[in-house]
Design a protein around this ligand. Structure first.
Ligand code: GDP
Length: 444
């Protein structure tokens, strides 16, 4: 998987700071030293790394500590925000011309995936955005390029405009746009010529096509696997042509992530799409935030942090709150929570993030180890419906039966029941605090 090494390293680093109630300048320094090494090892441009480390350090040391987050969590949040910013912040949109057709020029070096991406993008425009694109075969040098685009066009049932390889790309583009207008296509995707290296004649030809077609977008297709080379290629193309976006291909491969993290910063050009395979639907709009979460390898913890901060999942929170207030939280609910925990992160962390939780005694002793979740599930599943809704009826005999049924021991069953009781008690206490908070307008 892409970013694996980077994700592992960042996750280890972050783990150390996550639970900290106090983060000193030395802690931040130590963490950022490791983050720096992790990024450099992932082939991120060194200037980008330097800037990133500086920015995160400044913010982390002078941070406003939010009530609902521990300082450790706050630092992680800063890292995530800055990673997102590094990749462009918001997801960037694809242009729509108010005088159709919208013209998209696809450029890139040979082998980057330009022709394939042209087909993928046309497919996406039609499927996701309900558009009616036309493809243009203007790579007249690579012998098989025209044929390849025509084959792609057939696969997705999309018209391909071609005049063979004896007509200049400028002329092809000109006639293609006229044809697109005539046939009411709202997007024209021009597959231009690639080369093995950036060279002057290629750039001149592309400039000519640009001058004539006045494209709404110029997308550079680069191979993520080539790391810093991809960044250099993007820089040259941008200087010569003025790119509007980059499509980063082959992110399904084993890339270290350097290109994804450096391109925006170095070239000021946003990554707009990513290629995730050879198939024609293996393309996605690029979301910097989601990518940051993926790179951090801890989308789970981050979503918890967001939740604590913004009470995003209001519906679920309300439901849970009601259950807490009315003390009707059952072992079934607990089981359901455990299911969610697997995707969200440890339950005790979730509980600690609830406003007011730091004031609840005993919370720190409540430890639910992720590894034990499967055991706990087995135990609850071995209970009868009656036992699940009224755990107080579970006597010694029933405990033995449940232990046998789940393949666990009686002390484990005892421990689970005790934890569940503690949790219920704590929830009652916390719901009281939340109610108070509400009156003050502290919660949404
Ligand atoms: P071009 O020379 O830039 O037009 O490159 P092509 O479109 O011919 O692609 C070169 C090779 O890369 C082909 O084998 C494609 O199937 C493959 N390819 C393109 N995009 C992706 C991608 O996102 N992931 C993977 N794994 N392969 C890709």
């Amino acid at each position: 998987m892409a970013f694996e090494g980077l994700a592992d390293r960042l996750q280890n680093t972050i783990q150390k700071i996550r639970g900290k109630g106090k983060v000193s300048e030395a802690d931040v320094k130590e963490m950022m030293r490791e983050v720096r090494l992790a990024l450099l090892e992932a082939d991120v441009n060194f200037k980008v790394v330097k800037q990133f480390v500086k920015k995160v350090s400044e913010r982390a040391v002078g941070q406003d500590v939010m009530k609902s987050l521990t300082p450790g969590q706050q630092v992680i949040k800063i890292v995530k925000e800055e990673l997102t910013e590094l990749m462009g912040g918001e997801q960037s949109k694809i242009a729509v011309s108010n005088r159709p057709p919208t013209v998209i020029m696809m450029v890139g070096l040979q082998g980057a995936g330009k022709t394939t991406t042209t087909g993928k993008l046309a497919n996406l425009l039609r499927k996701k955005y309900n558009r009616n694109p036309m493809l243009v075969a203007a790579d007249i040098y690579r012998p098989a390029a025209i044929k390849q685009l025509e084959t792609l066009g057939k696969q997705i049932n999309m018209p391909v405009f071609s005049l063979g390889d004896q007509v200049s790309p400028v002329e092809i583009a000109k006639q293609a746009i006229a044809k697109a207008k005539e046939d009411h296509h709202d997007y024209v995707l021009i597959d231009t010529a690639g080369r093995l290296h950036v060279d002057e004649s290629l750039m001149n030809e592309l400039k000519d096509v640009k001058d004539l077609t006045n494209p709404d977008e110029i997308f550079l297709v680069v191979d993520a696997m080539t790391g810093q080379d991809a960044v250099n290629v993007a820089s040259s193309f941008n200087e010569q042509l003025g790119l509007t976006g980059v499509v980063l291909t082959k992110l399904d491969g084993d890339t270290r992530g350097g290109a994804a993290l450096s391109i925006r910063s170095v070239t000021e050009t946003p990554i707009k799409f990513i290629g995730l395979g050879e198939k024609l639907d293996a393309i996605e709009a690029f979301h910097p935030e989601r990518m940051a979460q993926r790179i951090l390898g801890m989308g789970d913890v981050l979503s918890l942090i967001e939740k604590a901060q913004a009470n995003v999942d209001e519906e679920k929170a309300k439901e849970l709150e009601k259950k807490m207030r009315t003390a009707s939280f059952t072992l079934d609910d607990f089981l359901e929570q455990l299911g969610q925990v697997k995707t969200m992160g440890p339950l005790d962390e979730l509980l600690k993030m609830m406003p007011g939780a730091n004031k609840v005694k005993g919370l720190n002793n409540l430890k639910i180890d992720d590894k034990q979740i499967a055991h706990v599930e087995a135990i609850i599943q071995s209970m009868t419906q009656e036992e699940k809704s009224q755990p107080e009826i579970i006597n010694a005999g029933r405990r033995k039966r449940i232990a046998r049924g789940s393949g666990r021991t009686v002390p484990e069953v005892n421990r689970l029941l005790k934890q569940f009781e503690e949790m219920k008690k704590m929830m009652k206490q916390m719901s009281g605090m939340q109610q108070k908070g509400k009156k003050k307008g502290g919660l949404k």
